[in-house]
Design a protein around this ligand. Structure first.
Ligand SMILES: C[S@@+](CC[C@H](N)C(=O)[O-])C[C@H]1O[C@@H](n2cnc3c(N)ncnc32)[C@H](O)[C@@H]1O
Length: 278
């Protein structure tokens, strides 16, 4: 039986019948914290009741929180505790990789899981990766953990997030080959070093695109993420890179564009894989 039906069964008599259809049909679990998005039509007291029933149903969950939104270029989540142990820090395990995370202040999208797996699959042992928007190592830690000899240079601007990135490098025994760098990637990205550059952020500017090209050593891939309205031009960032070829003396050899996930009813999350030769 799916979670919505199981919850509906448990909530019978606890919430008014006219709200039953608004019970969430899914939620994400990070470590042992369940994160639920609710319809605005559900009053808070019923959200708490639903959360408590969810705790009873899910053995692996110790805390239930509501995710209301994600704000700012740092994509900080807005969350509220609803039921269970009052904690926001947990350790999440995925693809043999441990992530310690504060879910109230740092974003870790379960919807990007396939993208994390895809990177593990396409990367080859021994590569050097520059992760320009590292967060807590969301994209680059699993890749480094699941390959021999990968070196990573990971730049993160937010000091609090950077603290977790450092912890996670240690947790995963990657201190020898994963270098965290605190600061703005416009100033801190190493040059002429990478086989692959990760740009897992939507508000990338033109300078950052140039810096990504400079990070490539001879030939390599740039994985450039974008969030667009369905009606918008999918190639808008790629077009800029194409124009830049003449100015900066590099060539784009191949471009593959994929949909990472449906972000909302009107928006999609894309990733362009761009092979660049300098
Ligand atoms: C959305 S998160 C990236 C998550 C991860 N790359 C992924 O795709 O799952 C973006 C991260 O980039 C960081 N960031 C934003 N602008 C930056 C900059 N100019 N230099 C370094 N880090 C930056 C933010 O602090 C945040 O932790």
């Amino acid at each position: 039986m799916n979670i919505k039906l199981r919850l509906q069964e448990k909530l019978n008599g606890f919430i008014p019948p006219n709200l039953i259809h608004l019970i969430p049909s899914s939620y994400s679990v990070i470590g042992n914290i369940a994160i639920v998005r609710f319809s605005n039509e559900i009053p808070k007291k019923y959200k708490k009741i639903i959360a408590t029933k969810l705790l009873e149903l899910e053995n692996r969950v110790e805390t239930v929180i509501e995710q209301k939104d994600t704000i700012s270029i740092f994509r900080k989540p807005i969350v509220e505790h609803l039921s269970g142990e009052k904690k926001m820090i947990t350790i999440h395990k995925e693809f043999n990789t441990l992530f310690e995370i504060d879910v109230s202040r740092i974003t870790f999208s379960p919807g990007n899981k396939y993208e994390r797996k895809r990177l593990i699959d396409i990367v080859e042992d021994g590569e050097t990766i520059v992760d320009m928007f590292a967060c807590i190592g969301n994209l680059s830690l699993p890749t480094a953990k699941n390959h021999e000899g990968i070196r990573v240079f990971a730049i993160e601007k937010n000091r609090y997030t950077y603290g977790f990135l450092k912890k996670n490098i240690t947790l995963n025994n990657l201190v020898e080959r994963y270098v965290p760098i605190l600061g703005d990637n416009r100033k801190k990205t190493p040059k002429n070093i990478a086989d692959r550059v990760l740009m897992g952020f939507f508000n990338v500017d033109e300078l950052q695109l140039e810096i990504a090209v400079d990070a490539i050593r001879e030939k390599g891939w740039i994985h450039l993420h974008d969030l667009i309205k369905r009606s918008e031009d999918r190639r808008r960032k790629v077009t800029y890179l194409e124009k830049m070829q003449h100015k900066k003396d590099f060539t784009i050899k191949e471009i593959n564009t994929r949909i990472v996930k449906k972000f909302s009813p009107s928006k999609i999350h894309l990733c362009h894989d761009i092979l660049v030769k300098r």
